[in-house]
Design a protein. Structure first.
Length: 271
């Protein structure tokens, strides 16, 4: 039987509620999956036919260590998604190079645009960590300056009111095939907390959203076991990319009955 590692992290609270769904679907597809902590020095990664990067959610403060691990693993077995993808995707400056419409982003503390509200966050982050929403331009500048002083690249974006009505749309692809899409709760809306996330509802994406998501993926030549393209609409209604998740995205497997099997089939195809 094919044996694959499901790379996760030390999670005493059991926050990865997709692991059992994924591993059960892998078994149905003839793949034995074993959860392994990515930073466990005792794991022999060469003993696996592939290592699938999943809930490695503590890499944010250890990015260089994580990327060094990914390169080591890739030298002895198949890594999905590949190390080159992980390196590029874990720093959101990749948005500058996508070649598609993205959320307007200012990349320094100087000469901030005049927007009604600002979202300030570091380029290396996940799950709205160290992210602040403010209508105070001076505070936005100071927050960006603090990130720069800490050696981090700031991202300053306008807060888009449409995320509270239209919502964010996340399109999920497994081996580049569309699986499903969801409307995600706005992370920074008033009254929202971590307990409300990641809640979502299934959504049928509009043709312009599918077109944009597939244009994004067409610009990547490396194999992609999974990809999540997060889109929002600007005030004029046009879709833009807010994030391209290729490292450790929540895949909303429980929201679409066929999604776990689609992920397992995609893994089987790439082995």
């Amino acid at each position: 039987m094919t044996i694959c590692a499901y790379a996760t992290f030390a999670d005493p609270d059991g926050n990865d509620n997709e692991r059992d769904l994924a591993l059960a679907a892998w078994r149905e597809a003839g793949i034995e999956g074993r959860a392994e902590r990515w930073d466990d020095p005792g794991v022999d990664w060469s003993g696996y036919d592939a290592v699938v990067v999943r809930s490695v959610w503590d890499y944010i403060d250890r990015r260089e260590e994580f990327l060094a691990w990914a390169r080591r693993v890739e030298s002895v077995t198949r890594l999905l998604n590949p190390a080159s993808i992980l390196e590029a995707n874990t720093d959101k400056t990749y948005l500058r190079d996508l070649g598609v419409p993205t959320v307007p982003t200012h990349w320094s503390s100087r000469d901030l645009p005049h927007w009604p509200e600002y979202v300030v966050k570091p380029a290396v982050s996940a799950g709205a960590r160290d992210t602040v929403r403010t209508s105070d331009r001076q505070r936005a500048r100071e927050l960006a300056e603090a990130l720069e002083a800490a050696g981090r690249t700031p991202m300053v974006q306008p807060y888009l009111d449409m995320v509270e009505s239209e919502g964010e749309t996340s399109l999920l692809y497994f081996n580049r095939r569309f699986s499903h899409a969801v409307r995600r709760n706005p992370m920074l809306a008033p009254g929202m907390s971590a307990a409300d996330l990641p809640r979502a509802t299934l959504r049928t994406p509009a043709p312009d959203q599918v077109e944009l998501a597939e244009k994004v993926l067409s610009g990547i030549t490396a194999p992609l076991l999974y990809a999540r393209v997060d889109l929002v609409r600007l005030a004029d209604g046009s879709p833009v990319v807010i994030e391209l998740e290729l490292t450790e995205p929540y895949l909303f497997l429980a929201y679409e009955p066929g999604a776990p099997a689609s992920l397992a089939r995609a893994l089987r195809e790439l082995l």
